[in-house]
Design a protein around this ligand. Structure first.
Ligand code: NAD
Ligand code: MG
Length: 391
């Protein structure tokens, strides 16, 4: 679907099932927001997606029974751009925001930061009816969510994600937590937010490399579940890279919906269904680990991982999806040379957490948009990898 066609359809759709006018017509600032519901019974919630909607935060919070004091957790990079808007919105809805700033970076995603936040919340008197707002990327969201899950045995929580990755991946699904020196995301809790507020305009300030890295997860959603999204990414590259708001609205809304539907079926990653979201990640993680988590951003490693995993899938299914997938990825990423990862991988595969006994989970892509999980003997996978000169 081209962007013009999409715009037309979006206008027609307004008021219908997905694209509803979420705010009262009478509101002074009537704003269009897409709504994607995450249907998890009493833990269910809405993801609001729109352009320039940060100011809606306070208004959206009024419906919940909350104390006046609200902790807003962010980092200096994000605060500089959006802090004032958030404070204004909360104040005008009658709340008293408490600003808590943590340093920027994955290396601060640990229990020390969590403890510092607890201390500030206790000192400023945030009580059990208080609320935590996460304003930032996935790092802030994961930390703030864990704080909300554990502070006084749990307080209300809202996500205001500001990176592409956080807007269509990290803020949805309730995984919260921090890193441990022995590994990433090893301490945490499943804790769903009350709602997620995705303001697409915040992506204007996101560094180019972070933006592109986020697109890897969008490509992933296309490959595993949605051939139209995949096609949209193929046909609207320029608009997407120029951060055209309508194009972003479409890819983010679709991605949120796909993630929501998967999370609904397997909220706590128990049935294995949720692991379909790991396409590209087995090899992606191997690349990240063998390069010390420094050389590539997560999305970049996942992009390379998807190319390699698509190749393995093609070998096993006798399909030819890898070419279209690689072409799309190469349109958004400019890897100078595809890393020869076969050694890293055969070494690393033995440590992957998706392994049970001597089998490993792999993805079979029957068609673009139709992927399933299967398992394969490690011995056989190693043979396939070794048989390929460059995965
Ligand atoms: P990040 O949070 O580190 O953000 C990347 C950089 O962009 C940071 O420097 C940040 O300060 C900056 N930034 C954020 N928003 C900005 C904006 N609008 N303008 C300018 N700069 C901005 O990285 P990320 O990619 O958003 O998140 C990665 C984290 O998310 C990892 O810790 C990962 O484990 C976690 N994650 C969690 C889940 C989940 O389900 N909970 C899923 C995927 C990833
Ligand atoms: Mg990921």
């Amino acid at each position: 679907m081209g962007l013009a066609e999409y715009r037309r359809q979006m206008t027609e759709d307004r008021g219908q099932i997905r694209n509803v006018r979420a705010i009262h017509e009478s509101s002074e600032y009537a704003t269009d927001m897409e709504k994607v519901n995450v249907n998890l019974g009493e833990r269910g919630y809405t993801i609001y997606i729109g352009d320039n909607i940060l100011f809606k935060l306070g208004e959206l919070l009024i419906q919940f029974e909350l104390s006046k004091k609200i902790a807003v957790i962010s980092n200096p990079t994000v605060w500089k751009f959006y802090g004032i808007k958030i404070i204004k919105s909360l104040k005008s809805a009658g709340f008293s925001p408490v600003k808590i700033i943590i340093p920027d970076g994955e290396k601060y995603k640990n229990l020390r930061t969590v403890e510092k936040i607890y201390t500030e919340m206790l000192k400023t008197g945030i009580d059990r009816k208080g609320c935590v707002v996460a304003l930032g990327g996935g790092v802030v969201g994961d930390i703030a969510g864990f704080v909300a899950a554990t502070y006084m045995r749990g307080v209300k929580f809202v996500q205001v994600p500001t990176t592409l990755l956080a807007q269509m991946d990290a803020s949805i699904g309730g995984k919260t937590g921090v890193d441990h020196k022995l590994g990433k995301n090893l301490v945490g809790a499943f804790y769903q937010p009350m709602f997620v507020l995705v303001d697409i305009s915040t992506l204007d300030t996101l560094p180019e490399r972070e933006f592109r890295a986020g697109l890897a997860e969008v490509i992933k959603y296309g490959v595993i579940r949605d051939s139209s999204l995949f096609k949209f990414l193929e046909e609207n590259r320029e608009q997407i890279l120029n951060r055209d708001r309508d194009a972003l609205n479409y890819i983010i809304s679709r991605s949120c919906e796909i993630k929501a539907r998967i999370v609904e079926q397997d909220e706590r990653e128990e049935t294995g269904l949720r692991s379909i979201l790991n396409f590209g990640h087995t090899i992606g993680h191997a690349i990240e680990a063998t390069t010390g988590y420094r050389k590539y951003l997560h999305g970049e490693a996942v992009a390379m991982g998807m190319m390699a995993e698509a190749k393995i899938s093609d070998v096993l299914t006798d399909c030819k999806n890898r070419f279209r997938i690689a072409e799309l990825i190469n349109g958004y990423f400019s890897f100078k040379k595809v890393r020869n990862i076969s050694n890293d991988i055969s070494h690393f595969i033995g440590y992957d957490k998706k392994i049970s006994d001597d089998e490993i989970k792999i993805f079979l892509i029957r068609n673009i948009g139709q992927a399933e999980i299967d398992s394969i003997e490690i011995k056989r996978l190693k043979k396939i990898i070794n048989a390929e000169e460059q995965l």
